[in-house]
Design a protein around this ligand. Structure first.
Ligand code: FPP
Length: 250
């Protein structure tokens, strides 16, 4: 048997001190990628999962500390039962298969989104992966499953209202700093750069509050074709952006 060794990966450029600290990705185009090849949509999702590994591994080289990926939205339940079940099974498989490698690479994994609708097996795997990687600091990977920005704000508001009703929070004290403490992302910095693949220029309910001042990159590449080199190039070109957060440069 001929054993082929893994091709040596070329070093990636670092985005440097002006690079994005937190990159969020809407991984779109799996279905079209599969259809173009005459394969079922789930084949595209499986190929997309391989790109996740590649991008996570690229983060330390490029200098990205936080990576947040949109894996399943609150609207994705409207897909066929076959696709939804296939995606849930892929998430279980991904966690089972990747836990060791993620932990060895020092990746801390978190999940955002509403877990109530997810099956118990998946929730258990998610909790275990969060627990196992909880001391890691090299990359903070956040996976959004059953996540929607509006749903997140609604859930946050419900908890905030409960704190007011119970006398723990003074309504007069509520400001822009208060609501984020109730969001799923309360421990994460806001994303600096949001990338969406597949040529669609929409944000599709992703990190609505958190992306108020993010830079956006909408690129034509379908997610299963996205490469670590493309990721590095987008992060490097971010360094040239003039972010003013509403202020005027003096
Ligand atoms: C959108 O593309 C993609 C999704 C709804 C699923 C994203 C999931 C993965 C990339 C799987 C791997 C994730 C993890 C965390 C293991 P689409 O299917 O809507 O594409 P289309 O617009 O071409 O139909």
């Amino acid at each position: 048997m001929i054993r082929r060794s893994k091709p040596k990966l070329q070093p990636l450029p670092a985005a440097g001190p002006d690079g994005p600290r937190h990159v969020a990705i809407i991984m779109d185009g799996n279905g079209r990628w599969a259809t173009q090849r005459g394969r079922p949509r789930l084949f595209g999702h499986h190929s997309g999962a391989k790109r996740v590994r590649e991008v996570v591994e690229a983060c330390p080289d490029v200098g990205v500390e936080y990576l947040t990926i949109f894996a399943f939205s609150t609207e994705n339940w409207k897909r066929t039962q076959v696709e939804v079940a296939g995606l849930m099974s892929l998430f279980r498989r991904y966690i089972t298969k990747e836990t060791r490698a993620l932990n060895e690479r020092g990746v801390r994994v978190r999940f955002i989104g509403d877990r109530v609708r997810l099956d118990h097996k998946l929730i258990k795997l998610m909790n275990e992966l969060e627990e196992i990687t909880s001391q890691n600091t090299s990359v903070h990977l956040t996976i959004a499953i059953n996540y929607g920005g509006r749903d997140e704000v609604a859930r946050a508001t419900k908890r905030l209202a409960q704190d007011v009703a119970d006398g723990r929070l003074d309504p007069e004290a509520i400001d822009e700093e208060t609501l984020p403490k109730y969001l799923d992302t309360y421990v994460l910095p806001d994303p600096d750069l949001v990338i969406r693949t597949s040529g669609e220029a929409r944000i599709s309910n992703f990190l609505l509050w958190q992306s108020a001042y993010a830079e956006y990159e909408f690129i034509d590449t379908l997610w299963p074709d996205f490469t670590r080199e493309e990721f590095a190039a987008l992060c490097c070109s971010y360094g040239g952006r003039d972010r003013r957060f509403g202020a005027v440069k003096t």
